[in-house]
Design a binder for this molecule. Sequence first.
Ligand code: NBP
Length: 499
Amino acid sequence: MTPNQCDIGLIGLAVMGENLVLNMESKGFSVAVFNRTTEVTDKFAAGRGRNKNIQPTRTMEEFVRALKRPRKAMIMVKAGAPVDAVINQLAPLLEKGDVIIDGGNSLFTDTQRRGKELEQSGIHFVGCGVSGGEEGALKGPSLMPGGSRESWEIIAPIFRKIAAQVEGEPCCRYMGPDGAGHYVKMVHNGIEYGDIQLICEAYAILKDIAGMDAPELAGTFAEWNKGELDSYLIEITSQIFRKIDPETGKPLVDVILDKAGQKGTGIWTLQSAIKQSIVISTINAAVEARVISSRKEERVEASKILPQPKVEKFEGDRAHLVDAVRDALYASKIVSYAQGMELLGTASTEYRWNLNLGDIATIWRGGCIIRAKFLNRIVEAYQRDPMLPNLLLDRYFTDIIERTQHNWRIAVSTAVLHGVAVPAFSASLAYFDSYRQARLSSRIKNRPKKRPHRKRQRRITRVNRVARPSRLPRQARGLPYLSESRATRFRRILRARAV
Ligand code: NBP
């Protein structure tokens, strides 16, 4: 192939990189590829990349020479130091106006730093969240690009085409400047953890209390997948229950190790939520559940020492319990997304990203692990009110909570009485029970404050008026202009509901 002919280049031919390259090529783009270990490149070129519009390269110089201007080079290597190592090799060979895209799970603050560093040489840097695992990468992922708008215009024709398509719409929209794309991907992963944990808890109640076996569980989840819970994760859960372990002949779910690991993004989401003072208790419960599950040996020992609850066999109405668990799952999921969306909205204000929450729900509808019918309801909620402070306040979601609330409590209390751990179900319910109350028990923590002397009070007020930066208009403080304060938004929601 002659130089400067490839539409895009990709560095890092592990599972995600290889599949993305094949996806790009299948959509009509020519792709140059490079990998630190040359044998990996050679193996790919001779195998899955054979007889395709793919150009293997063996040095970074050869890789850069293969690209059309403005050059578009995507990095798909392990997050952290490897990304910096690749950028340090690649950037000196690029020119002003070229674009580097980091498609790995990088920490958004690293993306902000890298973007600033590259800006000095006029090279665009895009931090792009890629969701959907290896299958998504091959067939169409959900893509969350962040960087300058100019860089988005350069990569958009390729990215919109390789993304998953839902109802003719690509699951890829511009998220916002600098670290916005990687931040959205990070929260997406946190939400994914929450979804998975909620499913685990539904399974625990149905199996350990209702006594359902694998075929019954498969049928129940398949049934749920026909309704409001229709989603990729519910669908694959129903399929998992049908898998048989070839060695023992038992259902796979009964023999598989109960130990879950985690990568950085769940913990980063929690750290960011603490920094922004946002409660994401469902995601928090999900991350902690993984931590406890990973201590298998310790749990085995503890189970021999600690007292087990003395519980009676469940004698209630099994069908009713199944309905209660389904409702608890849906209500808790709504709370989890309400928390995740609030975190995104707050970070957007803090970092001045101007995130569009409706767009984010739109691009999660396909390609990614959390794809679900329910995301359409979130899109509609933000169409009704783009400034919605909390999803629970949207009329559709309030109605769901009203309908499911009683069953939600039955599921959680039954689990507690039978000693089945449901940390994400109960954290979601506790969040709802706190958020819905005008007056909380926290008043006990507050000591009544002495009123200052009237003269001193006047002086404090005067000082505050002049010097407290929060008294200045938002724009004067360099914050993005918000048309409404949070309080005004609530008053408007209440007025609308009164009609
Ligand atoms: P890995 O995260 O396993 O990384 C392997 C790749 O990184 C190889 O190409 C390896 O080259 C390269 N690499 C390493 Br390690 N250190 C390097 C260095 N110092 N310089 C240059 N290259 C280096 O690959 P992956 O699972 O395909 O994931 C790629 C990215 O996508 C990650 O950030 C991941 O978090 C993210 N992601 C993964 C998934 C998923 O389902 N796997 C989903 C969504 C996002 P070598 O061959 O020479 O060792």
